[in-house]
Every structure is written in structure tokens, then in C-alpha cells.
Design a protein around this ligand. Structure first.
Ligand code: NAP
Length: 111
């Protein structure tokens, strides 16, 4: 993200690797009004992140997925579409991207 003005523009965000490290840090940095779709393998940590980042009126959804598994990637793609995130566009642009006021931050390798 480049500066606060840009950061404030996101309405919906998908964060992979959201249970620790750079992904968790990115999720914490997003503004309170940004709806979050968090993913990782560890369900307990996902629940902790949802509890930590939940705010009144904010949507925080979690998808437990191992991105090394085809079926889990398909599940995430489908949940992201329901959530309003165009993952095909994210894959084309790689890593972190933003468009039409949504963003996807994908530190975890997308195979
Ligand atoms: N930290 C940096 O400064 C930096 C800089 C450049 C690039 N990177 C890259 O960014 C990535 C994250 O780095 P990090 O330092 O934040 O590492 P980290 O603390 O180990 O975090 C890894 C995250 O990815 C998730 N994850 C790992 N394997 C997964 C899989 N197969 N499916 C789904 N989720 C998976 C983990 O969640 P679960 O355990 O819940 O699955 C965790 O949330 C790495 O690929 C690293 O090489 C990091």
C-alpha cells in the first residue's frame, strides 16, 4: 500500500497466510471498515484473527485452506468470488494488487 489515502480506498480484502507473519500484519493494517476474507491452514489461528479483527458492522470471513491442495484452492477461489474478490485478476497481477476498491494480498505461494 502506498500511503494512508490509498489504504483507505479498500472495501474488501483477501489475505492469504493471514494466521501469522506478513499476512497477519497486513490484515491488521487494513482500515476497520475493510471487509476481510482471511485464509490459512490453521483453523484455531484463523478464529483468533477473526476475533481480534472483528468490529461492529465489519464482515470478517475465514476460509481454512491448504494452498498446496487443488481442492482447497478451488474452495478459496469460489469463496473469494462469493465475497466479491476477482482472484483471476489477482493471479494475473501477482502478489499484491488492488482494483475497483478491493485488494488481495497473497504472500503465500499460489501454485
Ligand atoms: N517476511 C518477509 O519479510 C517476507 C519478505 C518477502 C517475501 N516473504 C514471503 O512471504 C511469505 C510469508 O512470509 P512470513 O514471513 O509471513 O511467513 P510465516 O510467518 O511463516 O507465515 C506463513 C503464512 O502462510 C500460511 N501458509 C503456509 N503454507 C501454507 C499453505 N500450504 N496453505 C495455506 N497457507 C499457508 C501460514 O498459515 P497456516 O500455518 O495457518 O497455514 C502463515 O499464515 C513467505 O512465502 C515468504 O517467503 C516474506
Amino acid at each position: 500500500m502506498r500511503g494512508r489515502k490509498r489504504k483507505m480506498a479498500y472495501y474488501r480484502a483477501l489475505v492469504t497466510g493471514a494466521t501469522s507473519g506478513i499476512g497477519a500484519a497486513f490484515a491488521r493494517e487494513l482500515p476497520d471498515r475493510t471487509a476481510l476474507l482471511l485464509t490459512g491452514r490453521n483453523d484455531d489461528r484463523l478464529s483468533e484473527m477473526r476475533a481480534e479483527l472483528g468490529r461492529p458492522g465489519r464482515q470478517v470471513d475465514c476460509v481454512q485452506a491448504d494452498l498446496a491442495r487443488t481442492e482447497d484452492r478451488d474452495k478459496l477461489i469460489s469463496r473469494a468470488e462469493e465475497f466479491g474478490i476477482d482472484l483471476a485478476a489477482a493471479q494475473r497481477r501477482a502478489a499484491m494488487t488492488s482494483w475497483t476498491r478491493t485488494c488481495a494480498f497473497i504472500p503465500t505461494a499460489w501454485m
